[in-house]
Design a protein around this ligand. Structure first.
Ligand code: CMC
Length: 428
């Protein structure tokens, strides 16, 4: 393959270098396009064809259904690693040794306390507030309690901010849920594993001991791993672009949480469950909802279906579907919603509309069913996604800063009014 691409604009030819990744993906480097052509830019709403950066964190091939973190397949990581190992891998590039792993966990535990004044901020939210809004606000508020900015040229400083947020974020997640359920806040227990501690902080009731259920621990660990990174998705790109102005880590994460909230992104897991509930209440008629999803005059979409990048299958959905069967079986939960989900999936996979558009179940289609079986309220599902995505966001923020990426600032093609003379109010 030639290593340049040529573009002809109004009879004049311009050559641009090609960039090739380690997995042979090819991009046209247009960094000199505007300068050399005297102002021509590219336009690509939704960035369907635009690479915003080079990244060494996650590889995904949507046609083949491949997802790898730092070269390791998601299937192998979900089976053999734990969430903190995966977090370390994503952020620092390699699987930790035993010593690195122990130190990492101990350093995170040392940071797993939150200033009592954050508690006061939490108190000020109405109980009806959506947990994602609360989480985003509290994450931004952490900046006020840890005001010193990170010296990104110092590995030590970077490491400290990473363990700080990995320690405090689960506390905020758990508090967000406890606030909703009216439970007093719990500060966890240093002797527990990372995921065990999260479960305790979420579910411990004041008048009894919290007993760990290994089925729940394993299920949550796996779900967090599956959500841990997904390269340049909407929320991760938001974190990178926010951080590119040299805004701090915590506020960049808060921006990412807001982006994740939307139902086309992380909010889909809540939307899926609400959709399945609505189908159940409506008598379980999946065909009616399939028809709605295909009707261009109906805004309804089959939530948990389709993906910008996966046009074959979402490898995470395969693992989660199997896990949903196992977890519900192990817990002895019979949820009619699972049956509706499976029926809907079968119909969609055989339907020409979905086949033609390569729409497959995504990561969010079955995750809510597991969260529900675990006793997690529906409006906390996207918060759980954020908990899993945290290491990915951190890894991308760190990579972006270490690579000294320029501030993100897209261009536009202006389509508004051309120059007009101001008209005084009385003449309008
Ligand atoms: N139900 C019905 N039709 C759909 C769906 C769906 N879920 N998704 C896409 N389509 C149709 C869409 O109407 C369009 O049809 P046509 O070509 O006739 O106009 C075609 O498929 C392509 O859709 P698109 O909106 O151009 O595709 P996109 O890459 O911009 O959007 C998506 C991807 C994930 C936003 C979209 O598939 C969707 O809205 N899915 C439902 C929400 C969801 O499950 N989101 C979670 C995504 S995975 C986790 C995450 O990212 O956080």
């Amino acid at each position: 393959m030639a290593n340049t691409a040529s573009i002809e604009i109004e009879g004049k030819k311009y050559d641009f270098p090609l960039v090739k990744g380690t997995e042979n993906e090819v991009a046209i480097d247009i960094t000199k396009l505007r300068g050399s052509t005297g102002g021509v830019i590219t336009i690509d709403p939704g960035y369907k064809n635009t690479g915003s950066c080079e990244s060494a964190i996650t590889f995904l091939d949507g046609e083949k259904g491949i997802l790898r973190y730092r070269g390791y397949s998601i299937e192998e990581l979900a089976e053999k690693a734990d969430f903190l190992e995966v977090a370390y891998l994503l952020i620092f590039g390699d699987l930790p040794t035993k010593e690195q792993s122990e130190k990492f966990h101990n350093d995170i535990k040392a940071e797993a306390v939150v200033d009592e004044d954050v508690h006061k901020i939490l108190d000020a939210f109405p109980k009806s507030a959506h947990p994602m809004g609360v989480l985003s606000s509290l994450t931004a508020a952490l900046t006020a309690f840890n005001p010193s900015s990170v010296d990104v040229s110092s590995e030590e400083d970077m490491y400290k901010s990473v363990v700080r947020i990995l320690g405090k974020f689960p506390v905020l997640v758990a508090w967000t849920m406890r606030k909703k359920s009216g439970l007093p806040l719990d500060y966890g227990n240093k002797n527990l594993g990372y995921v065990e501690n999260i479960l305790k902080m979420m579910f411990k009731v004041p008048n009894e001991e919290y007993t760990q259920n290994p089925i729940l621990v394993n299920a949550l660990d796996k779900l967090l791993i599956l959500h841990a990174d997904h390269e340049q998705n909407c929320s991760t790109s938001t974190v990178r672009i926010t951080g590119s102005s040299h805004a701090g880590l915590f506020v960049s994460l808060a921006a990412g949480i807001s982006a994740l909230w939307g139902p086309l992104h992380g909010g889909a897991n809540q939307a899926v469950l609400e959709m399945l509930e609505a189908i159940k209440t409506d008598g379980g008629d999946t065909k009616k909802y399939m028809a709605k999803a295909k009707d261009k005059n109906d805004p309804f979409r089959l939530m948990g279906f389709g993906h910008r990048v996966y046009k074959n299958f979402d490898p995470r959905a395969k693992i989660i579907k199997k896990a949903a069967d196992e977890v519900l079986g192990d817990l002895g939960v019979e949820d009619p919603i699972l049956g509706i989900a499976k029926g809907l999936e079968k119909e969609a996979l055989e339907d020409q509309y979905f086949v033609d558009r390569k729409l497959y179940p995504n990561v969010d289609f079955y995750s809510g069913i597991i969260y529900r079986a675990m006793g997690i309220p529906t409006d906390m599902f996207t918060v759980m996604f954020a908990l899993g995505r945290l290491p990915g966001w951190i890894a991308h923020w760190r990579e972006m800063r270490l690579r000294k990426e320029p501030i993100g600032r897209p261009r536009q093609i202006y389509i508004g009014a051309t120059e007009r003379k101001f008209v005084p109010m009385e003449e309008r």
